[in-house]
Design a protein around this ligand. Structure first.
Ligand code: IMP
Ligand code: MG
Length: 173
């Protein structure tokens, strides 16, 4: 039986103030550049909606969907989004993730864009869980670094549940 923690690990106010800081940092770093923001669905949907609406930069907003296999597959299967190459080639790509855990998903996504002539590729993740890293991946932008907890809320799920919660909670058994 799984439950969520009584108190949030990170509450909505803390999330929003960090999101605002990151948005300002991104605006500074990408000033004058052709920027395409790629949202990794479904987990990063709320993060992406909030951070992009705090940004002043002129952006193209795209999405990608990733299906992670828990079985023996060595890498997650990527189901590619259908944006034309116009959104990628020659443009600066900023990938928005909810959480980087083993790093497998992030590496697969970054490799996908490396093959498509982007001008640069950076990763921005709301949460980083470095304790469980398997692949070498360093997100350039990190909202919060957390300990080795399974978390839900603000887009993140457990078997499809809890995504809509405004705060981030720890899943407990
Ligand atoms: P990775 O490929 O192991 O880095 O895992 C990345 C994906 O697994 C994330 O994008 C999430 O969708 C999911 N994930 C990893 N840790 C958590 C968690 O604590 N809560 C919810 N989803 C998680
Ligand atoms: Mg995800």
């Amino acid at each position: 039986m799984m439950n969520i923690s009584n108190r949030p690990l990170i509450d909505a106010t803390a999330i929003q103030s960090r999101v605002k800081e990151l948005a300002a940092q991104l605006d500074g770093d990408y000033q004058g550049r052709a920027l395409t923001v790629v949202v990794v669905l479904n987990g990063a949907m709320f993060f992406a909606a909030d951070i992009t609406r705090q940004m002043r930069a002129d952006i193209l907003l795209e999405s990608i969907r990733v299906r992670s296999y828990t079985g023996t597959a060595p890498a997650p299967e990527l189901t590619l989004f259908d944006a034309g190459n116009d959104a990628i080639a020659g443009r600066h790509i900023l990938v928005l993730e909810d959480i980087v855990d083993s790093g497998r998903t992030a590496v697969a996504i970054l490799n996908h864009f490396r093959a498509r002539q982007a001008a640069s590729i950076s990763l921005c993740t709301l949460l980083d869980k470095p304790a469980r890293r398997i692949e070498t991946v360093e997100p350039v932008y990190i909202g919060f670094t957390i300990d080795d907890h399974f978390v839900v809320g603000y887009g993140m799920d457990y078997n499809g549940r809890y995504r809509q919660l405004p705060h981030i909670y720890v899943l407990e058994s």
